[in-house]
Design a protein around this ligand. Sequence first.
Ligand code: BES
Ligand code: MN
Ligand code: ZN
Length: 491
Amino acid sequence: MEFILTQSSVSEYSGPAILLPVLSEGALPAATQTIDEKLNGFISQLIENKDLKGKPGETLVIPQANGPRLILIGIGKADGKTSDFVKSVQAAANALKASAADEAAIDLSGITVNTKDQHWINRQLAQAFQDSLYHFDECKSKKDDAPAISTIKSLTVVAENQYQSDILFGQAVAKGMAFCKKLGDLPPNVATPSYLADEADKLASLSGKLTTSILDEDKMEELGMGSFLSVSKGSIEPGKIICMEYKGGKSGDAPHALVGKGITFDTGGISLKPGAGMDEMKYDMCGAASVLGTMLTIISLDLPINFLGVVAAAENMPAGHASKPGDIVTAMNGTTIEILNTDAEGRLVLCDALTYTIETYKPASIMDIATLTGACMMALGGVNSGVFTEDDALAQEILDAGQSSCDPAWRLPLQDEYQELLDSNFADIANIGGRLAGATTAACFLSRFTKDQTWAHLDIAGTAWNSGGKNKGSSGRPVPLLVNYLANKLG
Ligand code: BES
Ligand code: MN
Ligand code: ZN
């Protein structure tokens, strides 16, 4: 899809659709007013009759015999909330997608969003329209009619150049999200650890600044990654640790690292999960998918930053050679771990990936992203991802990145007082902490492997995908948060 900024007016546009904003109170925005006058007050009449209230997310399509269809979009209050604005443009994009138009003009002149500037509006607009085109029919024998929106013309009153980079940014974020969603939505017999490794290599072929190195199980054995291997050994799919080194910044600068949980299917292992809804555990690699998606965005924007993406990929299966509750394994950093529940496998693969990343690349900061606990999902639902770190400045950076990208996160506690819940009678630590504070004890476990590092953990169990029904699918989150977090490092 081409997203073009043009300095012109709705009255000059003669394509198949015009998207026009309507507020929930007061006067019509400029462009809508122009068309309303042309139609002798027809839009004002619709509003008076309450056919349209202007609420965020509301849309009304008006076909015209001789002219473009008008798609009225509710925007809510003037200078409203960011979340309302995003809801409105998403609804607008979906209404356009549902219409027969393959092109449209949109004019949001005069629309402002509380605390945000025009650059933010442009980014969100481009992101929402690009994102609305995501479509997964890879596995259908008969393809659906894919949405075919070729061009969006955003009509502005200011010189276009000033905002062109915002459009590129928004579209690049949506393309990273689409890649993340696709990896999540692919079935677990396709999206295996080896498949993720191949996808990383494909990314490397897109940019001369990106190189990959992939650790196989033999190499992990050599490095003493007993914790990671205790998970992957239960599966016939070989585990992989995928390292993607993007060097866009100064050669001496330490990279910022993101480490994604890539459990390509989580049965729970010998601590087998119940059958209902187990298919959704194909999404247990969404942390990894978000790292790959973020890498795609960083490459397309050619960001001048040193960024390291690491994926810890394995399948968690029950088998004769799988780990059992009670097994004790030794992690790469020497810590012995009593596996009391084989379903707490994410932390077992992540801890060795974290140790390896820290020792090998000495990153400036490191964040892991994981669908780690049902407890985090219970606490925060599908709205916020959970942030855990003892570093207040880093926490603030992550929360700010989430806020500005409308991909929000909420800080949850990580304090020494919780650490003793991981005590084991037989090893240095247990891999679970009992019934209480499950999201925090998982973070405590990871903290044992990130001492003296600027580190944060992002639990995306509730935000990485939408469950059940027609909406079921990967959400592409937290790609927007991660891209903004990295872009903000540039100052
Ligand atoms: N992948 C799951 C966490 C999860 C559950 C994510 C549901 C999204 C939805 C993780 O590997 C897991 O099984 N965690 C256990 C930990 C427990 C055994 C301490 C959980 O949350 O129940
Ligand atoms: Mn599990
Ligand atoms: Zn899992």
